[in-house]
Design a protein around this ligand. Structure first.
Ligand code: PLP
Ligand code: COI
Length: 367
């Protein structure tokens, strides 16, 4: 895939107070998700007259936000999620960063925000990771990267803003779910929906996550790890989880996953797993799958496995599904063999322990 050329020169200003190495090593002893941050951040500003300007990688520090900044009122904000991995032979790599850059611009377009040339998006990520390379954990952990953009114009009128800030921060992470590799339990939301056709479901905007939190809280209150949403019109079709796409593995080795049709996030993990599944001789059907069929297929044994997938969660087997009327198990409630195989196929490419036959790995220079 060709990438739009980078247009910006970055000013690199390393912090004068880097985290002492002993503190970093201590923090690395028990990595969770999203609580630990590196020393730097990349920032680029946009203004309606100047366009993109003032690209920097600098010490990670709070933003000064005017109380009237439009993001605080109208939520003009988008983000991405990607990871840098440390390979067994010591290289630092990204996975399909051009896909994140492209999706970021699709989100920007939907949210009436300026698009950032893909080359500049990737350069911002690369330069941050290059400066914070010692923060990329080894082994199963990784450096989660969070590019985001928000409206910084000081204005309360409702229209697209004239000023934006793009930023990338980095967070060394272990497993997203507290149970690690244990299969997850999910809650079917029957009170809330996530997205309707014509809405923002396909964009990675903060508002989608804000509106998912009541449903996610309901899931947590039921002892579940994640919520799964049904479609907004008929409350019939399975869409996706709060922060992951979903796949179903049938007894004839067919993989079923809801189609990308405007209401779910077009996941990069989802897209990669579809290709890897086909490489492994599986048939993949991107088609609507109903909640009724899900229950019936789990009961009859036609459905063998189900899994959630995304950058943060990687691939997580779904063991139990809870809903207002009770609960049901998928297979024996454990992570199944197809899920395990696809997870390994993906992770092995991401960590360069299998050949990169699709050209997905982006090696970082000088790291
Ligand atoms: N769906 C939602 C709502 C998400 O937040 C994510 C995570 O980014 C995904 C799906 C999976 O997308 P990806 O595989 O690109 O991380
Ligand atoms: C990601 O996987 O990158 C996400 O943004 C999802 C969220 C659950 C952290």
């Amino acid at each position: 895939m060709s990438v739009q050329t980078a247009t910006l020169d970055f000013e690199i200003m390393p912090t004068s107070t880097p985290t002492p190495e002993a503190d970093r090593l201590k923090a690395f002893e028990n990595l969770g998700f999203g609580t630990l941050f590196t020393d730097h951040m990349a920032v680029i500003k946009w203004n309606v007259d100047k366009g993109w300007h003032s690209a920097q990688v600098t010490a990670r520090t709070p933003f000064q936000i005017d109380p009237a900044s439009s993001v605080l009122h109208y939520a003009q904000e988008i983000f991405e999620g990607m990871k840098a991995y440390r390979t067994a032979d010591g290289r630092a790599v990204l996975f399909r960063p051009e896909e994140n850059a492209r999706r970021f611009n699709e989100s920007a377009h939907r949210m009436a925000m300026p698009e950032l040339p893909e080359g500049d998006f990737i350069a911002a990520v690369e330069k941050l990771v290059q400066l914070d390379a010692r923060w990329i954990p080894e082994g199963d952990s990784s450096l989660y990267l969070r590019p985001f953009m928000f409206a910084s114009e000081v204005f309360l009128g409702v229209r697209k803003a004239t000023d934006f800030i793009f930023c990338v921060i980095a967070s060394p992470v272990g497993p997203y779910f507290k149970g690690g590799m244990k299969p997850v339990t999910i809650w079917v939301s029957q009170n809330y929906t996530r997205a309707a056709v014509g809405g923002t479901g396909a964009a990675k905007c903060g508002g989608n996550y804000a509106s998912s939190l009541a449903a996610q809280a309901e899931a947590a209150a039921q002892g579940c790890d994640q919520v799964v949403f049904l479609d907004a019109v008929e409350h019939r079709w399975v869409e996706e989880l709060g922060g992951m796409n979903v796949f179903f593995v049938m007894d004839d080795n067919t993989l079923v996953t809801p189609p990308v049709a405007g209401t779910i996030l077009p996941g990069i993990t989802r897209k990669s797993l579809i290709e890897l599944a086909r490489d492994n001789g599986l048939t993949v059907e991107e088609r609507p799958y109903s909640y009724d069929d899900w229950k019936a297929d789990a009961a009859s044994g036609k459905l063998k496995e189900a899994f959630a997938c995304g950058t943060a969660a990687v691939v997580a087997g779904i063991g139990t599904v809870k809903h207002q009327g009770g609960e049901f198990k998928i297979g024996d409630g454990q992570t199944g063999p197809v899920t395990t195989k696809l997870r390994s196929a993906l992770v092995d490419i991401q960590r360069c322990s299998a050949p990169d036959t699709h050209g997905w790995v982006h090696v970082l220079r000088g790291v």
